[in-house]
Every structure is written in structure tokens, then in C-alpha cells.
Ligand binder design. Sequence first.
Ligand code: MV4
Length: 454
Amino acid sequence: MFQRVLVANRGEIALRVIRACRDMNIGVVCVYSTADKGAPWLSLADQAVCIGTGPAADSYLKIPRIIAAAEKTGADAIHPGYGFLSENSSFAEQCRESRIEFIGPPHEAMRKLGNKNEAKIIARAAKVPLVPGSEGLITSEEEALKVARQYGYPVLIKAAAGGGGRGMRVARDDASLLTGYVSAKQEAEAAFKDGSVFIEKYLEQPRHIEVQLLGDQHGNVIHLYERDCSLQRRHQKLVEESPAPNLPPKVRDEICKSAVRLAKTAGYYSAGTCEFLLDKQNNFYFIEVNSRIQVEHPVTELVTGVDLVREQIRIAAGEKLKYRQSDIVQKGSAIEVRINAEDPEANFQPSPGRITQWYSPGGPGVRVDTHARTGYVVPPNYDSLVAKLLVHQPTREESIRVMRRALNEFVVEGIKTTIPIHKRIFNTAAFVDGVVDTTFIERVFYSPGNESPK
Ligand code: MV4
């Protein structure tokens, strides 16, 4: 096992990794930017090394400084958390070239799966269902038109290097297809230095279901069931839960088995997630792989009882999976809400600043993962997540009741948060009935083009 792990991240996930290391009796080093100087999680590490200024490009994204900090402090592994360098296959490769273990997948699998077109080729080989669409990349306007007409409008043009909805265009006719093809390519070229695109049939109001995976370096891969992450706004997830409500057991079983086949075909290990879209007829289609630990991983920890960060660390150290598939049971219902420092009444604009009062909920069935506290100053430089509030109960109905109670206990003053919108969601009939899709927030709370609540 490792002697010392360096945490190449900040905020709640840095704290989550510190806790896993403490539980495993592993030393822990944090890197930090000047914007995070004196931040509360740093005092829980054995050492903290400043690697630059507030902008992530000058600190949390500076590969040579992070590797130098690991070498200087004698860290034998690096945990990248999520965001920042977590899905950068070149970082993973450079870590290992420096004889520092990267706590994540093999860089070859990361590189392949990071490209959505390559990921689909692997999925096809693994006999995992794909959204109907082009066989591969589209290289001309003529080909784009041919494919769109073949599958029928609406279609979606997607950047192979895309993420977070960037480089994506819906086309409902030939004219919007041609303009969308050009602008998707341009956007992808500018954002990812890779303008390659493919085309899929556009699914209206799909659900977003993802499967949590764990694989070891000895060829074992298991799934830890699914999460429903349909409740999002502009590609920012707001609520995640497991099990996915109203999902027929046979469909759940097929999705989870597909995800395992895909990971095995890709030669994947560590923690990872396979994302699927689910249409109104409960047909599922693979869309992409997330080769990192995700924000919402605690939802799965609650329903399965597996410590995913601990398993990630054990796997990176070369140990065999501690669980067989038959050991994994989905027990009860878990729901997470993301508490962001944002103002839901002002188009979710960031609301950094000093937290003058912080009281977080507790009691039976409640878990709060946060680095915040009274007096903490949320810096303006990073993601606005300040806490993840989770509940775990025997049934979804009970989870919803406990979540309402916990949201009412939560006191945050000095900054605006997403707590009020969560209170509304948990009192909306469609959500309570488990009738959700990826357009729910926009449809129910915010009409298009109108940023003020209905
Ligand atoms: C889609 C889709 C509809 N049809 N693909 C959004 C980002 C990327 N992860 C894939 N995305 C979508 N792909 C087809 N063929 C709708 C979305 C989508 C979406 C997916 C998951 C969660 C939230 C979403 C919000 C809007 C659009």
C-alpha cells in the first residue's frame, strides 16, 4: 500500500480523499493555490504545498508543479479528484513516468474513452446499444445531410472531444443542420483543438442514467448499480439518486451488464462511470464514459455500502477487488442534492464570499460532504459546489421526507445557495412521482429565454 498520497484537488473532494487516506492509515499531502491559503481541509493534511495563484491554469492545472510537489514530499501516488486534471490522460502518463502512481484508470483507456467517437467504437465492439447515427466521424456537409436524412430529423451533431454540452447542436431541418455542422466544428476546434463531429438521432426528453463501475488491475470488473442524474440545468447536475425511479428491473440489469462489458472491452480499471440515455420506451443507449470519481459517488456509497475512494486507492496499489458482483446489493434509496454558491433567482450566477452563518443538518439517514463552515470564504475562482447533502432511507418516499427535513435544517448565510430550488423540487409532484427527465428543470421552473422563475 502507498505511504503517502498527494491530493491534486481542492474543496469537498480534497477532504473526501484526505478522509479515505486517514481511514487507511496513509499519509496525505495537499497542493493548494494562494486563493485556498488557510482553507479548512489543508489543516487535516500532513503537509500542504502552494503551487501557484488562484486561476486554476496557474495551480491545479500545472502538471510539472504537482509532480514536483509529489517528488519533494515523497508522495508515491496522486489522487486527481474530479475536474481539473482528473481526465487528462497525459497527466496520468506523466505521473507514472515519474514513478508516481496515478489513482485512476490506465492512461491508454482514458485517452481512448475521452474521445466520444472512440468510446462508441469500443461500445459497438462490446455489443452495447448506441443511439442510431453515423458509423463514425462526419467529414463533409454532404455526408452530414445524407446521415441526417437517413435517420430523420431531429438529429444532434456532437463533438467527439466534447464535454458539458459544448460542441453540440440540435438540427431539425437541412438548413439548421448545415449551420449546426459548421458551428459545432468551430466551437469544438476552439475549445478542444479537435473539430471532429458525429451525428446521432436526437432523443427528446431522455433520462440520464449512469452506471458506477469498479475494476482492478487483474481484469475483474463489477458494477455498483445505477444513478439517475436527470435533474440538471445547463449540464450542471442538481439532484442524483439511486436506484433510478420507475426503472424496470430487467432494464436495470441490462444497462449494468452493458457497462461492465464496455469496461472489460476497454481494458479499464479503477472507478468509472458509463453514461446512458433512456428514452420514453425505456430503451437505453450508451453515450460516454467518465474516467474519474464523480461528484455524486456518495449516492452509490450509501446504497451499496462500498467506500469508492478507498477502493480506488486499493486498486491503484495493485490490490484485487474486495467484492464480487454477487456481494453488491442496492439497499434502500439514496438521494443527493448539490448545494452550490449560486443565486437561483439570478440565473444561477456565482455567489462567492464569506459564509457568515453555517449550520448543516444531521440526524438519522443524513450525510453532508462539505469543506465549508461559518467564516469560510468561498473563492470566486472555482466550481461553486459548497456541500453535497445526501439522505439514505429504506424507500424513496422516506428519502424525500428526510431530504425536506434536512433542507429545512440547513442554514447558510452570507452567500446565496441552491437550497431554495431544492426545496421547490422536493415539493413538486412530478419529482415526487419519479417522473423526471433531463428537461425537467427548464420545463418546470424556467421557461426558455426567460431567466426568471415562473
Ligand atoms: C444526447 C441527447 C439527446 N439525444 N444525445 C448532453 C451532454 C452529453 N453528455 C450528451 N448530452 C445529450 N446527448 C442524443 N442523441 C441529450 C443530451 C442532453 C443531456 C444528456 C444528459 C444529461 C443532461 C442533458 C441535457 C441536455 C441534453
